[in-house]
Design a protein around this ligand. Structure first.
Ligand code: SF4
Ligand code: FES
Length: 262
């Protein structure tokens, strides 16, 4: 831990585009305050690069407060730096020491092609959601909050699953590049609640089929996803999704799927 401004040596993955060759490039950043976030430290480096007329490092970010899931980076080989329940934007430079060397790379997974430098295309996760991660409900007046009573432990579990921010760290950390923790969370948050029941079979079958077709791998119980998830999503949700899938496989028929039946 440091309280003085630091000089850091960075090795950052630079790659001009999806099919270009990439490599780690050395940078030195001076005057890094321990109070800066990791992204602010990269902002400082980018300002230096721009002043020198060089191409700034492309990286994804948005909320910078652990909500949006955009700040995808491997820091020293760990997704989001490997700090418990922490996204990259919540990593502070006080966790490093003057003179440290930090390696920064993009998510590496077959289903996440590199767009540029540290920015990857995570639209595969959106496609999994489009395949069924929602409920169809007629709009109208908001229902009374007490009209459908849900036991507190169930509501809590659904809420825990809903905490997934779609960052993709689980995919990047899994040796199989699987998005099953992400998908398990999205299936669980609906499967646990009455509102998710009418379409549950169709949802699970379609989401799993889409996941597999996009090049995400299968789960072989390494649990790296759970260890690295900044929102503490439990692999219990993968187990629930597998149960939902089996149930759906036995009860749901192809004809219903093409009819759009629930
Ligand atoms: S399950 Fe965790 S690691 Fe995976 S996308 Fe959701 S928040 Fe990110
Ligand atoms: S920038 Fe939104 S979670 Fe990090």
């Amino acid at each position: 831990m440091s309280s003085e401004n630091m000089t850091l040596n960075l090795k950052i993955w630079r790659q001009k585009g999806k099919d270009a060759e990439g490599k780690l490039v050395d940078y030195r950043v001076e005057n890094v305050s321990p109070d800066m976030s990791f992204l602010e430290m990269i902002d400082v480096l980018n300002e230096q690069l721009v002043r020198k007329g060089e191409d700034p490092i492309a990286f994804d970010h948005d909320c910078r407060e652990g909500i949006c899931g955009m700040c995808s980076m491997m820091i020293n080989g760990k997704a989001h730096g490997g700090y418990k329940n922490t996204t990259t934007c919540q990593v502070h430079m006080r966790l490093y020491k003057d003179g440290d060397t930090i390696v920064v790379e993009p998510w590496k997974a077959a289903a996440f092609p590199i767009v540029k430098d540290l920015a990857v295309d995570r639209s595969g996760l959106d496609k999994v959601i489009i395949a069924g991660g929602y409920i169809s409900a007629s709009t109208g007046n908001a229902q009374d909050a007490n009209a459908i009573l849900i036991p507190k432990p169930i509501a809590d579990e659904a809420m825990d699953a809903a905490a997934c921010i779609g960052c993709g760290a689980c995919v990047a950390s899994c040796p199989n590049g699987s998005a099953m923790l992400f998908m398990g969370a999205k299936v669980s948050q609906l499967a646990l609640l009455p509102q998710g029941q009418p379409e549950s079979a169709k949802r699970t079958l379609n989401m799993v089929q889409t996941h597999d077709s996009l090049g995400f791998g299968n789960c072989t119980n390494h649990a790296e996803c759970e260890a690295t998830c900044p929102k503490g999503i439990s692999i219990e949700h993968i187990a629930r999704m597998n149960r939902e899938y089996l149930k759906a496989a036995f009860t749901y028929h192809e004809k219903d799927r093409s009819d759009g039946g629930a």
